[in-house]
Design a protein around this ligand. Structure first.
Ligand SMILES: C[S@@+](CC[C@H](N)C(=O)[O-])C[C@H]1O[C@@H](n2cnc3c(N)ncnc32)[C@H](O)[C@@H]1O
Length: 197
């Protein structure tokens, strides 16, 4: 068995826990995609005074410190799994990404982050369509949408690019000068940057 296959025998949660590092007073998951998210994407938006209301879709044990990371912003999270309420911050709603309008007023958010949800629960073109429409509904005009997903078999949703492009315009993310960024990961993670039309 190759070392790659042996790795797969170890549950994902345990593999990830071995990548936890202590930095700036908090534990962080030090995978290249998460380091890019926390060290490049988040600081960029923290410095943007036009971004005050932030919605982050999907909560995990390694995002527990995100209410602190987004300190100074009106930071909200949602997750479809009621169990995530326990580890989420105060500003949290148990709701599906496909039904955000049942939890938030229209045009509330300046930024929506949807990392690791498409292909990790929102798995079919109709579900993605509903989720993107729901995001657009709670985003103010010109608000940012950052999507992170894994471009690998088993997590790739067919026709995803066209679903994005039908609803949002791609924009360059200034720190990288491109509308997407692909950190080096074994799971094809990529970030895409959009603004509401
Ligand atoms: C891999 S974790 C991603 C967590 C986090 N957003 C991140 O940056 O890694 C996927 C999370 O998405 C949640 N999820 C799956 N389908 C969802 C949906 N339709 N609406 C909201 N959350 C969903 C799952 O319950 C899980 O907590």
């Amino acid at each position: 068995m190759s070392p790659l296959n042996i790795k797969k025998l170890v549950p994902r949660g345990i593999r990830l826990r071995s990548k936890m590092r202590w930095k700036n007073g908090r534990w962080r998951l030090a995978t290249t995609d998460r380091v890019f998210l926390e060290d490049v994407i988040v600081p960029f938006f923290l410095a943007d005074d036009d971004v005050r209301h932030v919605l982050d879709i999907g909560v995990a044990w390694y995002t527990r410190s995100y209410p602190r990371l987004f300190k100074g912003k009106d930071y909200w999270t949602v997750d479809i799994d009621p169990e995530k309420q326990r580890i989420a911050g105060q500003n949290h709603r148990t709701v599906s990404a496909t039904q955000l309008d049942s939890a938030f007023d229209p045009e509330t958010f300046d930024l929506v982050v949807c990392n690791g949800v498409i292909g990790w629960g929102v798995n079919t073109p109709p579900a993605v369509t509903q989720a993107l429409d729901a995001c657009a509904a709670v985003m103010r005009p010109d608000a940012w949408l950052v999507v992170g997903w894994n471009d690998v078999e088993g997590h790739r949703v067919p026709g995803l690019e066209a679903l994005f492009d039908a609803r949002f315009r791609r924009v360059d993310f200034p720190p990288v000068g491109a509308d997407h960024f692909i950190p080096e990961t074994p799971y094809g993670h990529r970030f895409e940057f959009f603004r509401k039309r």
